[in-house]
Design a protein. Sequence first.
Length: 278
Amino acid sequence: MTNLLKNELIKMIHKKRSYISFSLIIVLIPFIVGAIDHGGNSLEKSLYGQLSDSFLFVGSLINGYLATYIIIAILISHMPFLSTIVASEIVSGEYSKSTFRLYLARPISRRKILLSKLIVVFIYTTLLMFFFIFYSLFVSLLWLGKGDLAVFHRGLLFLSDGDVMWRFWLSFCVSNIVMITVSSLCFFISTISSNSVTPIIITISIVFVGTAISLIPIDLFQLINPYLFTGYVNIFLTAFYDPIPWSQISYMAMICGLWTITFIFLSFYKFENRDITE
């Protein structure tokens, strides 16, 4: 099992597509931070302008923490697409190249083969989310410096400098749970597809439809939305509430966990019963 996992990690490292998501983030984040810095006054006015009549703000509210918060809010809905790049190809790519025959030439169980691939997908997704949030934080703090974070939650909420960093760690943890579920879905579709494009298209379509359901104020949609993992893409926001809604986070983790387990079960069932020599 260890050799299988090591082999899958080496293959992932040597594939150019593994670096597409990271490269996009590396290029895009400084551009957004620079735009925030350049348009800081107008951004501050649009965010807090109406409050200036009631409050006196000393100094600028635009800092590295706020920039990171804005970046996550803008890009988090696009992370499901970036997180599926490896998951979409890791099994279907083997089908299309007929390389599974090499595995069958050795006494290795299908379960171990698929498990090693699944672990690599989870590692990739976790590394991607970690890089996305903390690279954004690094660039933003380096460019704009520290300060209190002002967010809207039941009014204007100020989080002190010392009360912010752990919240970004929490936002990473809760967001990663959702992205792991998305990757599990894409991984499952990869086990029933023979090309690497179809899993991405189907996964993103499901996420899009699920997100639309969470946004449309129809009674039926509002009834089923709490049971869909797609409704928790913006769960990172809860990390910046005061107090933290731990019950909501726990419920999200349970729902996403159930979906993840379901997708993993279906993946193994399909893989165990598919002719991988075709």
